[in-house]
Design a binder for this molecule. Structure first.
Ligand code: F0G
Length: 482
């Protein structure tokens, strides 16, 4: 942890970098924001970035890159097969994780496709701490079933539990005993559990899960997309690891796993993905899928420039001063919201600040998509683009009924080193205003609903004229301000 004290108290997270390239932003008047939200079918994924002030949709592929990453991109070795760039990235992965074999993929979900195609058989169960949308889709498409065996505390939105991303090991054993190990494809552990608020798992829990896998002869597959935050939290919160370096923790995590895959749009702060393993048989089984779906074995659909940037990004991920920026800003934002009474997920996790829509708009029913409605209202009130992480992000059941999500969250992702503290303060101010006026927010209904991953491009409409009413209230309180 960077230890910087302020003489007059009032500690704020201090940026340990300086900004050398900037991009101008637009902030549209509130009436235009209502129009843009309508054009986007009340789905923040469908907004144009030029109409967005702070893009907090995701941290995927949009973290600020370092000078060293950009410099490395210039020395990329462009070749279809056998490029030096591949060798450098593979060597960096081996240095950090101690795994020899690297299968490149164009992004994280491509790795999920490869792993699920190879190791999920029809009717098999894949136990995990929590699903991610694309993970579940790939497992389901291959005829498997996701079973989440999170600890009870995982769904408690206002908790002090440091590791809400842990697997409940008793439940895991019971699940395997009930179904038989032969009906389990593999066990999956996700770092920095995305859909429950970027909550980490502990190293101890991962070691216990490993022991259970050994007992039953099961493979442990680890989704390291959000590893950088999880590493930070293990170092900060797990007593047994406080004297370990980030590098040592990363190695120890890797030791527990048969397969690690990642989205390099997150881990490595560039754009790409991959699978690593130490098991030659796994490598041989998976490599044909790479050449079939991704590209040749030494680029897997990635640009060599991005691969160079990933190698440097991975090295920088081993620096506590680099990886604490996200969690520190998220903590700051979460605490500012708490001071204003806005319901947020605690403890603050990685990835972003998560607002509890079920409580924020508690007058809306789950079939009116409270998190989707709140994400739209936040854009109207502030020009900030967040992401719905609730029932809209689920898939309907076969009979057309809704699968109501465990949580209705709006995620305000924190792309690393992208926003300044005054921008975060602006977002908090507008959203706190919205909270005071929350009774004005109404529900949504689908007008165009895709069957798979509907949250990406589904279109909705408001159930009444609440967006206009909200804009009128904004004008009353903010006058001619943007
Ligand atoms: N696993 C996790 C935990 C993720 O968060 C993501 C992506 C993926 C897999 C898929 O990786 O996007 O490179 O194909 N999460 C992004 C997000 C989309 O916004 O949270 P990908």
């Amino acid at each position: 942890m960077t230890n910087i004290k302020f003489f007059y108290g009032n500690e704020v997270p201090l940026e340990m970098h300086k900004v050398r390239i900037v991009q101008k932003l637009n902030l549209l008047p509130v009436e235009e924001r209502v129009e843009k939200m309508k054009e986007a079918g009340f789905n923040t994924f469908l907004l144009q970035n030029r109409d967005v002030f702070m893009d907090m949709l995701t941290d995927s592929g949009v973290n600020a890159m370092s000078d060293k990453q950009q410099a490395a991109m210039l020395q990329a070795d462009d070749s279809y097969a056998g490029s030096e760039t591949f060798n450098r990235l593979r060597a960096k992965l081996e240095e950090i994780f101690g795994m020899k074999y690297f299968l490149p993929t164009h992004q994280g979900r491509a790795a999920e496709n490869v792993i699920a195609s190879a190791y999920v058989k029809k009717g098999q169960i894949i136990p995990m701490n929590y699903h991610f949308t694309t993970t579940k889709a790939h497992i389901t498409v291959n005829g498997g079933k996701v079973e989440e065996i999170f600890i009870d505390e995982a769904l408690n939105l206002t908790s002090t539990h440091p590791f809400k991303g842990n697997i409940d090991t008793e439940k895991l054993k019971k699940l395997i005993d009930t179904h038989g190990a032969e009906n389990i494809g593999y066990v999956r552990m996700e770092a920095g559990t995305n859909l429950i608020g970027g909550q980490p798992h502990s190293l101890e829990n991962l070691q216990e899960v490993r022991n259970i896998c050994d007992q039953y002869g099961l493979m442990l597959v680890y989704d390291a997309s959000l590893l950088q935050d999880n590493l930070h939290f293990i170092k900060e919160r797990e007593t047994a690891c406080q004297n370990m370096s980030i590098r040592e923790i990363a190695k120890e995590i890797a030791k527990q796993c048969d397969i690690i895959y990642f989205s390099a749009r997150k881990l490595g702060a560039a754009r790409g993905g991959g699978i690593i393993t130490n098991d030659k048989n796994i490598y041989m089984e998976l490599r044909e899928y790479i050449t079939l779906y991704e590209g040749f074995l030494t680029y897997g659909g990635m640009s060599v420039r991005e691969m160079e940037a990933i190698a440097v990004g991975l090295e920088e991920t081993m620096d506590e001063e680099v990886i604490n920026q996200g969690p520190n800003f998220i903590k700051y934002m979460t605490e500012q919201f708490q001071k204003k009474g806005v319901p947020v997920v605690t403890p603050p996790g990685g990835l972003g600040c998560h607002i509890n829509a079920m409580e924020f708009v508690d007058h809306l029913k789950q079939n009116e998509y409270p998190a989707g409605a709140l994400a739209a209202a936040i854009y109207i009130a502030s020009g900030v683009r967040g992401m719905e992480r609730g029932t809209m992000s689920e898939q309907r059941n076969e009979d057309g009924t809704e699968t109501f999500a465990h949580m209705e969250l709006v995620r305000l992702a924190m792309p690393r080193r992208v926003f300044t503290l005054s921008q975060i303060n602006y977002a908090v101010d507008r959203i706190a205003w919205l909270y005071e006026n929350r009774h004005l927010i109404g529900g949504l209904r689908f007008v165009e609903e895709p069957k798979v991953l509907r949250f990406f491009f589904g279109r909705l409409e408001p159930t009444c004229d609440w967006p206009e009413k909200l804009a009128e209230a904004f004008r009353r309180d903010f006058g001619d301000s943007l």
